[in-house]
Design a protein around this ligand. Structure first.
Ligand SMILES: Cc1cc2nc3c(=O)[nH]c(=O)nc-3n(C[C@H](O)[C@H](O)[C@H](O)COP(=O)(O)OP(=O)(O)OC[C@H]3O[C@@H](n4cnc5c(N)ncnc54)[C@H](O)[C@@H]3O)c2cc1C
Ligand SMILES: NC(=O)c1ccc[n+]([C@@H]2O[C@H](COP(=O)([O-])OP(=O)(O)OC[C@H]3O[C@@H](n4cnc5c(N)ncnc54)[C@H](OP(=O)(O)O)[C@@H]3O)[C@@H](O)[C@H]2O)c1
Length: 258
């Protein structure tokens, strides 16, 4: 099969950043033909020593307008993909499927004033892409990012979040944004200290932000740990906030990472 017929392109790793022993980010070159909407994911491939290729989904951190692709990754001890990925160095090859995938995008919502972005761990990634895209700032009056990790050192991308708010196209909308860092296994000043599910049940999240989460005008995107996603989805259903379907727009869209 020649390269044009293959469903992926080989790209080159250009930057690596280690956050913790089990969290890192990397950038790679981007094929000019690779198109995506903020919130979508790519299928990435790494070649094992045997020559076999292992594929996994990865949400883009970078914006659709960047010339590079950026990803934020966990390292799963013994994980088939991340054991290989975490060994890669600048200059190494990474394979990227030509077609982007996923429905965790703003196109899932036809209306709404307040956008809630609820992430655990690396589930932050698609929201970073979205926050770099002008559409979110134009469409919503309030944008709340809730980012839950176990320990403070895992709160990645805080500098980038600050920096996004100063960008020319965002600065006039920056007042709309509320960042809620959540650290569940340590007490950290400035961070909430309970699971997102518990913060929703107790009402503490809404009190903290000063905004109700309600079917009428709130839209919610959930990403990361599948138990968190499912439990939040059920809690939101109790508020009459339903999953958004192609033919029946709702208030909630989700992405499970495993
Ligand atoms: C649509 C989609 C988008 C994804 N985007 C990302 C992303 O942007 N960044 C990322 O790191 N992963 C992402 N993942 C998960 C990723 O595809 C792999 O599961 C991950 O790279 C681990 O691969 P592995 O082969 O090493 O372990 P796997 O065999 O795939 O997973 C083993 C176990 O590790 C745990 N695990 C897997 N992924 C994660 C994770 N991200 N955070 C915490 N625990 C995890 C789970 O318990 C899982 O059962 C995404 C998954 C999907 C379906
Ligand atoms: N992060 C580490 O230090 C560490 C160390 C060794 C191994 N690992 C392994 O790495 C993998 C991923 O770890 P991770 O910390 O990135 O992801 P994670 O386990 O999904 O935890 C990320 C955040 O999500 C919260 N969370 C987990 N389940 C939830 C649920 N059902 N409802 C609401 N919130 C929930 C966690 O709170 P809680 O803290 O309350 O769970 C934490 O704040 C796991 O398989 C883990 O076994 C992680």
């Amino acid at each position: 099969m020649n390269r044009a017929q293959e469903k992926f392109t080989p790209q080159t790793i250009t930057h690596l950043h280690t956050w913790t022993p089990s969290l890192f980010s990397f950038r790679c070159t981007r094929d000019a033909g690779f198109r995506f909407t903020a919130g979508q994911f790519a299928r990435l491939g790494v070649r094992k020593a045997s020559g076999a290729i292992v594929w996994r989904g990865y949400s883009m951190v970078s914006s659709p307008f960047d010339e590079f692709l950026e990803f934020f990754s966990i390292v799963v001890p013994g994980g088939e993909f991340t054991s290989e990925l975490s060994q890669l160095a600048v200059g190494d090859e990474i394979l990227v499927e030509k077609q982007a995938h996923g429905f965790l995008t703003l196109s899932r919502f036809v209306d709404g004033d307040h956008l809630w972005l609820l992430a655990t761990g690396t589930g932050l990634a698609p929201f970073l892409s979205m926050l770099q895209d002008f559409e979110v700032w134009q469409r919503f009056q309030r944008i709340v990012l809730v980012y839950s990790v176990r320990s403070e050192e895992e709160l990645a991308y805080r500098d980038m979040l600050d920096e996004i708010l100063t960008r020319e196209y965002v600065a006039e909308h920056a007042h709309k944004f509320t960042f809620v860092p959540v650290v569940t296994r340590e007490q950290v000043p400035g961070c909430l200290n309970a699971r997102i599910t518990d913060l929703l049940t107790s009402g503490v999240l809404e009190q903290h932000v000063g905004l109700p989460m309600q079917a009428q005008n709130s839209r919610v995107l959930l990403c990361g740990n599948p138990e968190m996603v499912e439990d939040c989805r059920m809690l939101l259903q109790q508020r009459d906030m339903q999953l958004s379907m192609m033919r029946k727009p709702g208030a909630v869209a989700v992405e499970n990472y495993w």
